[in-house]
Design a protein around this ligand. Structure first.
Ligand code: ZN
Length: 502
């Protein structure tokens, strides 16, 4: 295997071109072509019928709510909605697809030519990139295979495979970008920002719960590299990247890998690849089929779709506030600038900050915890901040305890640690771990006397007017109280004790 090229070098020698295909599972109550329910996590093969199992003689009927959702999605992504289009059959065999074809759209997508502006933070401030959208089309989801008996859950090494058709026929929308060029070294950040923005728009529209961890939003990332000025290179397609963080990592590792291949005089293979969360690397899947391999043809069992232009205009008029406008409004309410806002968006915590503010926490405190300590821990653990197990209510309670003087920031971090470790609510962690600011002057003075006695030379220095030496004693007291004292208060008491003015 060829060595990867370090990232900084790779983006100096080559220009990346990326393309993103995002699948959004719609949150409609019933499936695309039948009335089966779509509840996530139901007992396998309990939400199926002759239509979604592809039994002979069954006839599909289009779900009107799904069409309405996709048109709203297209409009929110600045697309044109076509006057007339058809569904198509995409023919291939896969055991999770009972009909042996997928009803999709091919040369007649329902929404075309849109764009989405995304912002990434750089050392020189926020930069906006326009990601052009080629098409937004409808299709049905497949079932789900579980490979059992092996160590990895993959088909290799498995003893047998199980198939659950509950997901087969759930409406799926595919959003495909045009090739995105000119991002240079920022390609991974642009990819992540795009998927984040897309997710927020879909959430705002209420068309899907867009949970990447449950697969209701899935991203495939195409990457190719070319020498500056040369034609575009051959692309690889990394499939089903299932977190925002992984989108960024997958693009980055593909750039490093392809640069290594090209620099060694090799050729990039057109293929699908799989991203591995644990190693941060991609490995080859199957070689990529061409469109003609699927023998697409218009779906004969469904009537064409011809949305009434007046209805489309009604849907356009009823779209919710765009996330960019929503963010501008929040920034004004919270008194923060573009840079701070972009930081929250890129850390994936804007929604969490918003919920925390709604739970009664001040915007400054909500931002401080989510963009600071909690983002740091999330990065360290390689998870999303929302998966840490800390709720807006927890932050509200911790802030109350800080305001009342029972906790300081240092102790609060320990409370978060306990909550994330599953030790219960903020109050339960405080009680179980015995966390509380020592505010009793008597106890603090005793600790101060002890520290002074242990370091008489420093005590003399302070008495002689070298107030900066007080830090050593304050530090010793903080250590003795396991951080449970207010350092400012200790300093005040110490100087008072020695009769020294600040
Ligand atoms: Zn069904």
């Amino acid at each position: 295997m060829t060595e990867s090229m370090p990232y900084a070098e790779a983006v100096t020698e080559f220009e990346p071109v990326i393309g993103l295909e995002v699948h959004v599972e719609l949150g409609t109550e019933s499936k695309m072509f039948c009335s089966c329910p779509t509840t996530f996590g139901a007992e396998p093969n309990t939400q199926v019928c002759p239509v979604c199992l592809g039994l002979p003689g069954s006839m599909p009927v289009m779900n009107g709510a799904a069409i309405e959702s996709i048109i709203r999605m297209g409009l929110a992504l600045n697309c044109s909605v076509v006057e007339w289009c058809r569904m198509a059959r995409k023919n291939y065999f896969y055991p999770d697809m009972p009909k042996d074809y997928q009803v999709s759209q091919y040369d007649e997508p329902i929404c075309v030519d849109g764009y989405l502006d995304v912002t990434v933070t750089t050392d020189d401030g926020p930069r906006v990139f326009r990601v052009e959208i080629e098409r937004v089309h409808m299709e049905e989801d497949t079932g789900k295979l579980t490979h059992a008996g092996g160590a990895t859950g993959r088909i290799h090494g498995a003893d047998y495979s199980l198939v659950d058709y509950n997901r087969a026929g759930i409406p799926l929308v595919e959003i495909v970008t045009k090739p995105v060029t000119g991002t240079g070294a920022l390609a991974p950040e642009v990819a992540r920002a795009y998927v984040t923005e897309l997710r927020d728009i879909m959430r705002g529209l209420g068309v899907s719960d867009v949970k990447m961890e449950e697969g209701s939003l899935r991203c495939d990332a195409n990457v190719s590299l070319n020498r500056p000025g040369a034609d575009w290179g051959t692309r690889s397609e990394t499939k089903n990247v299932n977190s925002l963080r992984s989108v960024e990592r997958a693009v980055r590792s593909e750039i490093e890998r392809q640069a290594g291949v090209l620099a060694a005089g090799g050729r990039v293979t057109q293929e699908t690849r799989h991203f591995h969360e644990d190693t941060g690397q991609t490995t080859p899947g199957r070689s990529k089929e061409q469109a003609e391999d699927y023998r697409y043809f218009p779906e004969p069992d469904l009537v064409p779709i011809a949305p009434d232009p007046a209805w489309v205009e009604e849907l356009r008029a009823s779209l919710p506030e765009q996330p960019s406008i929503h963010r501008a409004r929040l920034a004004e309410q919270w008194g923060i600038g573009d840079f701070e806002m972009a930081t929250l968006v890129n850390a994936g915590v804007l929604g969490l900050v918003e919920e925390t503010v709604a739970a009664g926490v001040s915007p400054d405190a909500a931002r401080k915890w989510w963009a600071g300590e909690l983002t740091r821990v999330a990065n360290e653990r390689e998870v999303e901040p929302g998966e840490l197990g800390v709720s807006p209510t927890d932050i509200g309670r911790i802030e109350e305890l800080i305001a009342s003087g029972s906790l300081n920031d240092k102790l609060a971090r320990q409370v978060f640690e306990g909550i994330m470790a599953g030790e219960g609510s903020a109050d339960e962690v405080v009680a179980a771990r015995g966390l509380a600011v020592v505010s009793d002057d008597g106890a603090l003075l005793a600790a101060i006397d002890e520290a002074l006695a242990a370091q008489p030379d420093i005590a003399e220095k302070i008495k002689a007017g070298k107030v900066q030496a007080a830090g050593a004693i304050v530090g010793a007291v903080m250590k003795a109280t396991r951080g449970q004292a207010d350092a400012g208060k200790v300093r005040e008491l110490l100087l008072e004790r020695l009769g020294v003015a600040e």
